[in-house]
Design a protein around this ligand. Structure first.
Ligand code: ACO
Length: 325
């Protein structure tokens, strides 16, 4: 039996044109730039135009990643798209992106793991490749959280933004050596007992409305730092690595205080962390692929380096991935 590994051959992102600063938000919500920066590190966020949907953002991120990889959409045989804010209840937003890219073969589906969505999607895509079921895969995280925010709730509406990121995975033969490029491992967890710490108070089968995001912020914060550090240690152990082997931490960009708290627990210096939260806010499933694209395109993340990604979100769901870039 032939064995494969999933090599990231391209990454890309898309952010809507409209930028809303903290000062601008403070003109309609009872908040301030000082409060938001001190509690979260966020200074601005991108907001989708009225006619822009999650599939539009996802398609543009996918095109950027395909161009970075130097491959045509026609060579892709699977799209796994992570989103909590799909265009429609069905069909999958991935199917719409597939059609918009002009693809007529392969499979396309959505997965829903909220802010951990990209790690889940990467894990699923990696398993398809390892089993020889796909040769080239687009993994996309795309969100329009602005559509599910309660813009009168200052404790949540200041935290999120819209955007999309994508990577192209290519199946390459492997000898099982850890020095080879590719996804080394993914580690996924969820614990539904914490369902109501972070949720949307609407839905198809409950209220038949879209609903708004609700969150017990301080409790999410406490779970985040502990669970993220634990899943990172699990991922390092699985690969016989220590934190010193990690060239870049590319965390889910929820909040700079969560990122700093986790890095402190892990004993990881700040100059090895890719940060976008200041400019993007929390783009949920899109935040990691957007940060990967930024770090790769500006030359910080180099081929052969070890990249650690981690995320936590509603569910609770959380996970980590280690990639040799
Ligand atoms: N502007 C001004 N004041 C505010 C704002 C705001 N935007 N939001 C809340 N406050 C006030 C509250 O009303 C409260 O006032 P009070 O003391 O008079 O009652 C005060 O600030 C403190 O509120 P807390 O909720 O205790 O503030 P906290 O220090 O916990 O910070 C925050 C809130 C930033 C949400 C924090 O809990 C947090 O970072 N939690 C993590 C949640 C997160 O990032 N979730 C994202 C989704 S999950 C994920 O992606 C990991």
């Amino acid at each position: 039996m032939r064995l494969y590994r999933s090599v990231i051959i391209g990454s890309g992102g898309y952010l809507p044109e409209k930028v809303v600063t903290n000062e601008e938000l403070a003109s309609s919500v009872n908040t301030s730039d000082e409060w938001i920066v001190a509690r979260t590190g966020i200074r601005r966020r991108h907001i989708a135009a009225e006619n822009e949907t999650t599939s539009d953002l996802g398609r543009l991120a996918a095109l950027d990643a395909l161009s970075d990889a130097g491959v045509e959409a026609s060579s892709i045989d699977l799209i796994v798209l992570a989103t909590t804010t799909p265009d429609s209840t069905f069909p999958a937003t991935a199917a719409r992106v597939q059609a918009q890219l002009g693809m007529t073969k392969g499979a396309a589906f959505d997965i829903q793991a909220v802010c951990s969505g990209f790690i889940y999607a990467l894990g699923i895509a990696d398993n398809f490749i390892k089993l020889g079921q796909a040769g080239k895969v687009l993994v996309i995280g795309a969100e329009t959280y602005s559509r599910i925010l309660d813009w009168t709730d200052r404790s949540t509406c200041v935290l999120f933004g819209d955007g999309a990121g994508a990577v192209v995975l290519s199946a390459e033969p492997t000898n099982g050596e850890s020095s080879e490029r590719g996804v080394l491992s993914t580690h996924l967890h969820s614990d539904g007992r914490f369902y109501d710490l972070l949720y949307v108070d609407g839905g198809v089968s409950s209220t038949q409305t879209t609903g708004h995001l609700r969150m017990k912020g301080p409790e999410v914060f406490r779970h985040a730092v502990t669970k993220l550090a634990e899943v990172v240690w699990e991922a390092l152990k699985a690969n016989d690595l220590t934190i010193d082997d990690i060239d870049w931490l590319v965390p889910h960009q929820a909040n700079k205080r969560i990122i700093d708290g986790t890095a402190k627990k892990l004993d990881l210096p700040a100059d090895r962390i890719i940060l976008t939260v200041e400019d993007h806010a929390n783009t949920s499933a899109a935040s990691i692929p957007l940060a990967l694209a930024q770090g790769s395109k500006d030359g910080r993340i180099k081929p052969g380096q070890i990249v650690l990604c981690e995320a936590i979100g509603g569910g609770l769901s959380w996970g980590a991935a280690i990639i040799r870039w």
